[in-house]
Write a protein that binds this ligand. Sequence first.
Ligand code: B12
Ligand code: SF4
Length: 438
Amino acid sequence: MIVFLKKIRIKSVFSIFEPVVTEPLELCCLKAVLDDMGIENYISDSLFGLKEPEGKFPDAVVLTGYNVAENEILNEAVRLKSLYPGTKIIAGGVHVQINPLAFHSEHIDFVFRTGRLDAFRGLIKKIADNSSASVDGVDFRLKDSSGNEVWHESSVTVLHEAEGIHPDRTMFNRFRHRTRYLDKRNVALIKGSTGCPYGCSYCFCKLLNGGNYVKSGYKSMVAEMECIDADYFWIVDDVLFTCRNDALEFIDVIKKSSKNFKIIGYLRADFILREKDILPVLRNAGLEEIIIGFESPSNDELKEYSKTTDAMNYPEIISLLKESNIDLTALFMVQPDYKASDFFNLYKFIKNNNIDVYTISILTPIKGTVDYESLESSLLTKNPEKFDFLHLVMKPSLPKPLFYLLFYGIHIRLLKSKRIRKYFISLLSGLSGEQENI
Ligand code: B12
Ligand code: SF4
């Protein structure tokens, strides 16, 4: 049996610079399952120039991609069905899990409502055995009593504890020199937890795994990191620690390891303030960069988002990180109804607090969230590619050109950042290196 695993990526304004380049870790997880089953498989990902191998005819193709790739996944299924008649086309991934009905197409055979890898194993076994048994968490097509094709909708099967399957790292080993988080190179992704225990109103992540949060096992995470030859480890768990005990357990496991790690992770602002005394210890344990969703310097907006953090504390949190020598990526969101003064306030906040690295997103309802449903009728577009947090999909209060001018205008300050400049220089030297090779 042969399986192709394909990630569909959509280009955005930032694709010109590719400030963040990572391996498609979800496909590396699926590869680990297939390797374990002894099944020949190939990953394709345009970001790394990996195409489907010529001369191989797959029995199944897995397609994955984020919200922006919804149409492209459907188009790719049409292309693959005509290229490989009889091949089973499978759609899965975080966007598919929450929006399975969008993938009920005549060109797709199986749609995953679950992220469970044991369900993937079950489906592949079923395809290999040509069995008609159904798999929990997977929608499939069948014939009804009148002979018409209908979709069987499965229930969502939730993960209650980590499956303990470590992703295959062959792809990372081959392309590690291409991976980056801004100026940090050779960056491996690590995933420990599933879902998020918080309830920020705009957020898609809290919907994953049926809203159930499965904690990270730090021992297993560090054991995995010990086997990876990377300079940095970007732990993509939505929150690296939910409480002090998590952090203490993490520190303890790291101390027992013979290796030194450089780690990038997500933490909430309230955690940093509450546990400020252990920040230097975390820095010693290798936590070099923290990504924080500040979202807005206005408490009124934070309240709207049910963020449960206090913007009045943000300046202190930023100082605490600086004192502990921990890099910060601050995440902000602007609302479509922002006035010039709101943009100015955000700019002032970034400037006054000397925030070096930040990203700004346009508040965008993601398909599958309650916000999307309630705003659906007023959306300017439903083209998935525009839902990349860089486009207005809701009517702005300001004229569109002015909105975009202010939105991109705030980004210009990023050029002051030493880290960003270092990243641009490395890009340029990379380019000249490539030319030399040609
Ligand atoms: C790191 C990251 C990225 C990386 C890419 C990482 C990658 N793997 O390729 C970068 C920075 C490039 C990126 C870009 C974007 N991202 Co992003 N990203 C993330 C983040 C933080 C972690 C993703 C990750 O790698 N996880 C590790 C893997 C192993 O976990 P996983 O995907 O959940 O997969 C597990 C299961 O779900 C399951 N699974 C996954 N796929 C499949 C398929 C099958 C068949 C099966 C059976 C199982 C299965 O297997 C894994 C087992 O643990 C998530 C947040 C999150 N909580 O997921 C956002 C997230 C995935 N990103 C998101 C978005 C919107 C984007 C962007 C569109 C916009 C943006 N500005 O961020 C761009 C789009 C890029 C493009 N061109 O298409 C959204 C997706 C929403 C959606 N509905 O799709 C998320 C959820 C964050 C959010 N804002 O809500 N992202
Ligand atoms: S924004 Fe962050 S903390 Fe809030 S629900 Fe989403 S992942 Fe969790």
